[in-house]
Write a protein that binds this ligand. Structure first.
Ligand code: ATP
Length: 313
């Protein structure tokens, strides 16, 4: 039995130091929102299981090896011989802006089915973590995610959903149609402020949060990048500022933040404690290169809360 099961797509990333068309040095790693959350939770000492479909290829080996090295359970991962692992190329466009190029159409993950996911859900978990990315990959993953949410909810597990809208994968209307039916099973909803309208009607954030709580969501967490985050439940609402850290790489901040929140929840922290841990992890992620490489272990957690610039001895 895992503390958290998460289901998703994991890819290999190749990061180019400059514009891709010029070639040159690059660094190979792995990416995937749910895999990032699983790694973050595992580093904090929780038992995290990741499942999904990978190609029977070298990128798939790298993903598996990375997850295993990080202590994530991979015992229900599906391997395919007829479809590849997805690929994400990152480079630097004119003006120094980060740019991404996805090669994920018809990848192994795009046909992940409920039959393939079910054994992982049946293995048991305290919580199931989902994102809006997996259901955007195709009809089979959409059905798999919906069935997993229902099944986990029925078994008494909590379910968290990070909206994580990816406009390259589907339209806002498609996301609305797919994600809103999940809400009756969702305990914790995490969204950026501009994603709230996808999951709730209403004029402005207050109305939308109220609609989510009415729909049965127990905890709503709103991310605002460097401006911090907000928390809402039936009894309380509050804002927390982000920590001031040197910004090295903002990709992955949302996943780290969500993992920090879920870790606090697993530890039984109150809402302030959960948001504090989320904020620490989000800041740790932006202060280091890579989506997950800079995430703290449990032993490193207290040091993250120290004032900036202090040397660790
Ligand atoms: P991504 O999809 O790029 O991973 P996101 O949009 O899901 O990110 P953000 O709102 O950017 O998530 O960030 C989540 C949290 O991480 C914020 O609420 C904040 O606590 C922290 N964070 C993000 N950016 C910064 C920053 N520049 N400095 C400090 N903390 C940050």
């Amino acid at each position: 039995r895992a503390d958290v099961l998460t289901i998703g797509e994991a890819m290999v990333t190749v990061r180019c130091a400059g514009p891709l068309r010029l070639g040159g040095d690059s660094r190979v790693s792995t990416a995937g929102a749910e895999a990032n959350v699983a790694i973050a939770l595992s580093r904090l000492g929780h038992t995290a299981r990741w499942t999904g479909a990978l190609g029977n290829d070298e990128p798939g080996e790298l993903v598996l090896r990375t997850l295993r090295a990080e202590g994530v359970l991979t015992d229900h991962v599906v391997r395919r011989t007829d479809a590849p692992t997805g690929l994400l190329l990152r480079d630097v466009a004119a003006g120094g802006r980060a740019r991404v190029h996805y090669y994920r159409r018809d990848s192994a993950a795009s046909t992940l089915s409920w039959d393939e996911v079910r054994p992982a859900v049946d293995a048991g978990q305290a919580g199931l973590h989902l994102t809006g990315i997996t259901p955007a990959l195709g009809p089979a993953p959409l059905e798999a995610v919906a069935a997993a949410a229902r099944q986990a909810h029925r078994s008494g597990a909590w379910v968290s959903l990070d909206v994580n809208h990816r406009s390259l994968l589907w339209s806002g209307e498609e996301a609305v149609r797919a994600l809103r039916p999940l809400l009756p099973y969702v305990t914790v909803l995490v969204a950026s402020d501009d994603e709230l309208a996808l999951v709730a009607d209403g004029d402005g954030e207050r109305d939308r949060v109220a609609a989510l709580l009415d729909a049965g969501v127990e905890e709503v967490v709103v991310k605002r990048g460097a401006a911090g985050a907000s928390y809402h439940d039936a009894r309380t609402s509050f804002d927390v500022p982000a920590r001031r850290v040197p910004v090295v790489d903002v990709v992955g901040a949302g996943d780290a933040f969500t993992a920090g929140y879920l870790s606090g929840r697993l530890d039984g922290l109150d809402a302030y404690g959960r948001l504090e841990r989320a904020t620490l992890l989000g800041a740790a992620s932006v202060a280091c290169a890579g989506d997950w490489e800079g995430l703290p272990t449990r032993a490193e957690l207290p040091a993250l809360a120290l004032p900036e610039g202090e040397t660790l001895r």
